[in-house]
Design a binder for this molecule. Structure first.
Ligand code: NAD
Length: 396
């Protein structure tokens, strides 16, 4: 079929296999162009098909020469529907890993469930025995609790009071005001249940109990802080509460891993265009302003540059992992630099639909958004007949 982008709200409902493959290969090329990482050799990535998790998997495999198991929740193609981008990304990743002689297997299913945890443990036992790094990079709208069966839905809302600020619709490039009503206590509880640390702990508990974590094993999950302007809707809002919980869980897991000489970390990453972040109000406008400033200063990074720096300059340097006063790894350091934030803050009150193109990188934002689904990439013939039914070899 001929595959074009189709939208429903913020979501692109189609994906292009050749474009997704190109994106994955670009990330692999980046990692290969950097110096090798003296890092982990058996890596489990939970949330491995897009965004930060995919970049972690690529960095582990092609930067440190690691064998990887990736867990994700993606849809293959069926009839005249394309697969999801994460499916095509994983197909491309496995193909490239095989060519490079690296072990790569994937598990497609609900990572919140006991079944998928057990299936993963079985695979580790069968193939490796033990893992030495567990990356936890899930971003999900819903979670079914594996014990109680309760269905939780996460919301992106402020807490305590209505939040009104600017936002951008990057399809129409219109800047407008948005007001978001505060979350109820129930919505806060739900969001913590989906995006907090409970499931991360369930994974580590299960892996420890099964004896599949190697001595000295590490685990890392990802968090975000960001500037004051997004605090009401992010860090001081419902998702921020979940991130507080995730960060507190890192301390618990760290203590739990002590007996095997292991460690647990949270890494605070940079704001980037991913399927998850594009759904947050206000944040895409901030990212557009941020990209402009960071690109001008030569500081811009995408997921792959961030994850390479996380592995190479934080987690696997052979020295103690540098952390902030709350024990968190910070690779949002360039985003949060005073000069960067000063420029973004100066532009925030000024930005409107008329000057958006001039003072923000809305073009870059849009392009990256399309590229998440394999569109708008150089060297891909979007008019060509394309086979949408692509195999992820290990899922056959
Ligand atoms: P993403 O949407 O690109 O990736 C989410 C991953 O989770 C995908 O692999 C998806 O398949 C998987 N997933 C979702 N539900 C699942 C389920 N039920 N079972 C199995 N897999 C499931 O998201 P992202 O932006 O890369 O976010 C990853 C983490 O990084 C999140 O914790 C997020 O808060 C954090 N983070 C993101 C940003 C940002 O700007 N995007 C910044 C800092 C931190």
């Amino acid at each position: 079929m001929i595959i074009k982008p189709k939208f429903r709200g913020f979501i692109c409902t189609t994906a292009h296999p050749a474009g997704c493959e190109r994106q994955v290969l670009k990330q692999i090329d980046y990692v290969r162009s950097q110096s090798a990482i003296n890092g982990p050799k058996k890596v489990l990535v939970i949330g491995a098909s897009t965004g930060y998790g995919l970049a972690s998997r690529i960095t582990a495999a092609f930067g440190a020469g690691a064998d990887t198991i990736g867990v994700f929740f993606e849809r293959p193609s069926s009839g005249n529907r394309t697969a999801t981008a994460g499916w095509y990304n994983s197909a491309a990743f496995e193909k490239a890993a095989q060519q490079a002689g690296l072990f790569a297997k994937s598990i497609n299913g609900d990572a919140f469930s006991n079944e998928i945890k057990q299936q993963t443990i079985e695979l580790i036992k069968q193939e490796w025995g033990q893992v030495d790094l567990v990356v936890y990079s899930l971003a999900a709208p819903k979670r079914v609790h594996p014990v109680t069966g309760e269905v939780f839905s996460s919301v992106l809302k402020p807490i305590g009071q209505t939040f009104t600020n600017k936002t951008v619709d990057f399809h129409t490039e219109e800047v407008s005001q948005i007001s978001i009503e505060p979350a109820t206590e129930e919505e806060i509880r739900h969001t913590i249940a989906v995006m907090g640390g409970e499931d991360w702990k369930m994974w580590i508990d299960a892996l420890l109990e099964a004896g599949v974590l190697a001595d000295g094993a590490r685990t890392v999950a990802y968090s975000y802080i960001g500037p004051e302007v997004t605090h009401p809707v992010y860090r001081a809002g419902t998702v921020g509460r979940a991130k507080d919980h995730l960060e507190a869980t890192a301390h618990e897991l760290d203590a739990q891993l002590k007996p095997i000489g292991g460690q647990a970390f949270v890494s605070v990453n940079k704001a980037l265009v991913t399927q998850s972040s594009s759904a947050i109000p206000v944040v895409p406008l901030y990212i557009s302003l941020l990209y402009k400033v960071m690109k001008e200063k030569g500081l811009h990074e995408g997921c792959i540059e961030q994850m390479y720096r996380l592995f190479n300059e934080r987690l696997y340097t052979g020295k103690d992992v540098p952390v902030d006063d709350k024990g968190r790894i910070r690779i949002d350091d360039w985003e949060m630099r005073e000069d960067v934030q000063a420029e973004v803050s100066a532009n925030w009150p000024k930005v409107d639909s008329d000057n958006l193109k001039e003072i923000s990188d809305i073009e870059g934002y849009r392009k990256e958004f399309f590229q998440l689904f394999g569109f708008d990439l150089d060297g891909v013939d979007y008019e060509a007949e394309t086979e949408a039914d692509v195999r992820v070899p290990s899922l056959d």
